[in-house]
Design a protein around this ligand. Structure first.
Ligand SMILES: [Zn+2]
Length: 513
């Protein structure tokens, strides 16, 4: 085993989650950005031999869904049933291989939420009191002074650019303020939030502004589409409280705990930075109140933007998944280009010109071209039988160092860098062919075996990004996509090439975004 065996073996299970999505409209590329990222990490871990549980799903309760369904003349239940199928079909179209699709209307989930609510109530951390304030219907949250913006002297939601509504009601509060010391300790001393800058952002917000108790119920006459407060049927539980608990209800909290015991300690939440506060201050406190450890990792990414604004339906700047699939011809193409611009710290501007050039120069001209060239040569020169030969040690070292950099990048969730390492290897393969000119030789066994090994390595590294291509290349050339951390050269005795697939057709480059 290589020296990297240890790094991956730290976890023998890997639980990865996406946020659960509001199904008020079909998913767009912004959702795909998050979900493909989680899928790439899940596939990588599976390749490493780790037991993976990959969770995604829909957040189906709350006023927004209730209103959307009403507008369509449907019941929220019928509407969310339909939308669950819509989301699943989009995830299929992008080859998202989740293990469980949770819906917050699932009976198990509702039971778990009630149980958690009761548990926290009995600990004295939930109380009833009056609340008044400014509320955003879209966010389904109250805004305090300093949190909202003013437009022509009126308070507006900073995210939705819509006026806030004044609201007054009796509600149930969660004693978030009790958790200040705990949160500051966890955020500062435990290495949970990735990248770390987000952890500092939250801890300084807590330090500077303090923590206010959080309203976690809504009167049923305003919001009836939700989980009832277990001991007070005049209220339903606030959607965020309901939604966050999906991460534990999905693995059996409130029921059979065997999956929970197996997976909770390795949970990796993937989120966009807009929901950072709820996933740190609120979620870590709820977990603490439930006597559950905070997540192992919270991986935060920046936004995919168009013209500088976060891609969102309300802003009206979304790119559809269909458009991307149509343009790049396969889920592999879409997945790859999205992950090449993936960034945790900085927003990535969505630009078709840039994506087209990544697609053409990397997938079509570099990796696809290498596979096609070598496949054709192997068939023509060696009738598809490529026997083991020794590989130039200098080249082997170079390949290994790229592989090491790839593993390091993947283990720190830097998928863009990992993809670049895989592509560098394919580029080395093309260069090697240009230099060694196997087509001029009567027996190019050594050159073609070397090239096949380069293809096997780059295909293995690309497999989490481009699973379909990995399958067709490994089938056409007769090898298995194995565990990248156990990779070593010259183990394949004979490649049996039966086809030289064309993986990615070049597309004509667009003039504008
Ligand atoms: Zn809002």
């Amino acid at each position: 085993m290589s020296k990297h065996g240890k790094r991956c073996a730290v976890l023998d299970s890997f639980y990865i989650t996406t946020p659960i999505y509001y199904p008020n409209a079909p998913p767009h590329i912004g959702h795909a950005y998050t979900t493909v990222f989680a899928d790439v990490l899940a596939r990588y871990k599976r390749l490493c031999g780790v037991k993976v549980f990959f969770l995604t799903g829909n957040d189906e309760h709350g006023l927004k869904i209730q209103k959307t369904a009403e507008k369509l003349g449907k019941t929220p239940k019928d509407f969310t049933d339909e939308m669950a199928e819509v989301f699943k079909s989009y995830w299929r179209s992008l080859d998202i291989q989740y293990d469980y699709f949770i819906r917050t209307t699932d009976t198990n989930h509702e039971k778990a939420v009630k149980e958690a609510f009761n548990y926290i109530y009995k600990k004295g951390l939930i109380y009833k009191a009056k609340y008044s304030g400014l509320y955003c219907v879209e966010c389904e949250k109250y805004y305090s002074p300093g949190e909202y913006v003013e437009v022509e002297g009126k308070p507006y939601c900073p995210l939705h650019n819509k006026p806030l509504e004044y609201m007054e009601e009796e509600t149930y509060y969660f004693k978030l303020s009790d958790f200040k010391d705990y949160l500051l300790d966890v955020l500062r001393n435990r290495d949970i939030v990735v990248p770390r800058s987000y952890s500092e952002e939250v801890s300084s917000k807590i330090e500077n502004e303090g923590l206010r108790d959080l309203s976690i119920a809504r009167p049923i006459e305003r919001v009836w589409w939700g989980i009832p407060v277990p001991f007070d049927d005049k209220y339903v539980i606030y959607v965020w409280f309901d939604a966050l608990l999906n991460y534990i209800s999905a693995i059996g909290y409130g029921g059979d705990h065997s999956l929970f015991n197996e997976y909770w300690s390795s949970v990796h939440h993937v989120i966009g930075k807009d929901i950072l506060w709820f996933h740190t201050a609120v979620w870590f406190s709820i977990l603490r109140a439930l006597d559950i450890e905070p997540p192992r990792k919270l991986i935060v990414h920046a936004f995919l933007t168009t013209k500088g604004a976060k891609m969102s339906k309300s802003v009206g700047n979304v790119v559809s998944i269909e458009e991307m699939l149509g343009r790049y011809g396969s889920p592999d193409g879409v997945r790859y280009v999205l992950m090449r611009i993936f960034n945790m710290d900085k927003d990535s501007e969505f630009d078709f010109q840039l994506l087209d050039s990544i697609y053409n120069s990397e997938l079509a001209d570099t990796y696809g071209n290498l596979v096609r060239r070598v496949g054709v040569l192997a068939l023509k020169k060696l009738r598809g039988k490529v026997y083991r030969r020794s590989i130039d040690p200098k080249l082997r070292d170079e390949l290994n160092s790229k592989l090491n950099a790839y593993i390091e990048a993947m283990d720190s969730f830097d998928v863009s860098r990992a993809a670049t390492m895989a592509m560098d290897i394919a580029r080395m393969g093309n260069q090697y062919l240009n230099d060694s000119k196997p087509w001029e030789k009567s027996d190019p066994s050594k050159e073609l075996y070397t090239a096949m090994e380069i293809i096997r390595l780059s295909t293995t590294m690309l497999a989490p990004f481009t699973p379909r291509s990995a399958k067709s290349v490994s089938t056409a050339f007769g090898f298995e996509v194995g565990n990248p951390i156990k990779y070593s050269v010259e183990v394949v005795e004979r490649f049996n090439v039966t086809d030289a697939p064309v993986l990615f057709k070049k597309i004509s480059v667009s003039k504008k975004g």
